[in-house]
Design a binder for this molecule. Structure first.
Ligand code: TXA
Ligand code: MG
Length: 343
């Protein structure tokens, strides 16, 4: 299959017919990768089980890992859930459309394939204009995981999508770089108190300012506790090379790169602006951005990991951001990426 790449310009007159073409592919049961404000999604008609099944095949995604359904508005969301409890209403008012996903009791319209047999469904209302237009023109909710091969860093531009999925999907809508760069925050509202299943584009602190205390999944889980969200499995975001995390200060990173050079032939570094690395031709540097500017660092995180991999480095060193604000999402993705090496 030849994957069509439709390049958008941001001019509605130019883009509308192209997005309508993509909507026709969705209506016909095909797969379209499209930009959201977080990362690119791999979309299918959520009400067409055969189309949804293909998402799992193409991604090589295990059947136990459920999908997020993307909706245009509250009415479409009502179709998919049995109820929208008051806490959900409050979060919708505050953050939707935007990079937030809610876990709610599912309705009869949602197939077992989407939920991996669970009694809950993940719903999200994206704010990116291309994602919104695609859902609107398709006239159906769109099931979409991130448009990467399972276990790879999420795609933040159309090249990343094609690197993983070219030849296996009908189309990619190329809307350039995604503005947030890390996935949506996932909050499970079927528990009391609500549970943060995945830190993301909306900071935990902002969520708590609206609905009060939220339990953070993953902070010291008891031995043998079943994972409440399959995507919380530690190895979910694994690049092809080992990721080594360091304390977030320039001297520690410098020393860690020196040490790594005694073990690895080529060392990649996610390097904050103005920090130094040993002057050695075997060091490959990705200029990440100003430390503390989490918006910029989030936007460039997956790009950096993929770029360093493409340079054939044998290990990637990276300072670890703190567990606060948007940085919590970066820290989470990096800890998952590093897990493979440390265990
Ligand atoms: O920003 C995003 O959320 C992106 C864009 C494309 O919208 N999507 C995304 O999807 O990150 P995905 O499939 O890569 O991650 C969705 C996560 C998975 O970890 C999955 O296990 C979890 O959501 N999930 C989906 N349905 C669930 C449910 N019913 N209960 C618990 N977790 C669920
Ligand atoms: Mg994903």
């Amino acid at each position: 299959m030849l994957t069509q790449r439709l390049i958008l310009t941001g001019d509605p007159a130019h883009d509308e017919p192209l997005i309508r073409q993509a909507a026709a592919v969705i209506r016909a049961g095909g797969l379209v990768a499209f930009p959201t404000e977080t990362v690119y999604g791999l979309g299918a008609d959520a009400l067409n089980p055969l189309a949804v099944r293909r998402i799992y095949e193409v991604k090589r995604r295990p059947a136990w890992d459920p999908l997020i359904v993307h909706v245009i508005n509250r009415n479409q969301m009502r179709l998919l859930v049995r109820e929208i409890p008051p806490l959900a209403e409050a979060l919708i008012d505050a953050f939707m459309p935007g990079p937030l996903t809610l876990i709610l009791p599912r309705s009869e319209w949602v197939s077992d394939i989407i939920t991996a047999g669970r009694d809950t469904v993940a719903v999200r209302m994206p704010v990116h204009p291309v994602a919104r237009a695609l859902i609107e023109y398709s006239q159906t909710p769109i099931a979409a995981p991130s448009a990467n091969r399972f276990g790879r860093p999420s795609p933040t531009n159309a090249d990343h999508v094609l690197d993983d999925l070219a030849g296996e999907i009908e189309m990619v809508l190329d809307g350039g770089e995604t503005p947030v760069g890390v996935e949506s925050t996932i909050v499970d509202l079927t528990t009391q108190p609500p549970t943060l299943l995945r830190p993301g584009g909306i900071p935990l602190e902002a969520i708590e300012s609206v609905i009060g205390t939220v339990r953070v999944f993953g902070e010291r889980p008891a031995e043998g506790t079943p994972l409440p969200s399959p995507g919380t499995a530690p190895r979910h975001y694994a690049p092809r090379v080992p990721v080594l995390l360091t304390a977030p200060d320039p001297n520690t990173l410098f020393g860690a790169v020196k040490d790594a050079l005694t073990q690895y032939a080529i060392v990649g570094v996610m390097i904050p602006e103005g920090w130094l690395t040993p002057d050695d031709p075997r060091v490959v540097r990705f200029n990440w951005g100003p430390w503390g500017d989490w918006d910029t660092l989030a936007r460039r995180l997956f790009e950096g990991l993929r770029w360093l991999e493409s340079k054939q480095v044998h290990a990637i060193l990276c300072p670890l951001p703190p567990a606060e604000g948007l940085a919590r999402a970066l820290r989470d993705r990096l800890e998952r990426a590093a897990h493979e090496v440390n265990s």
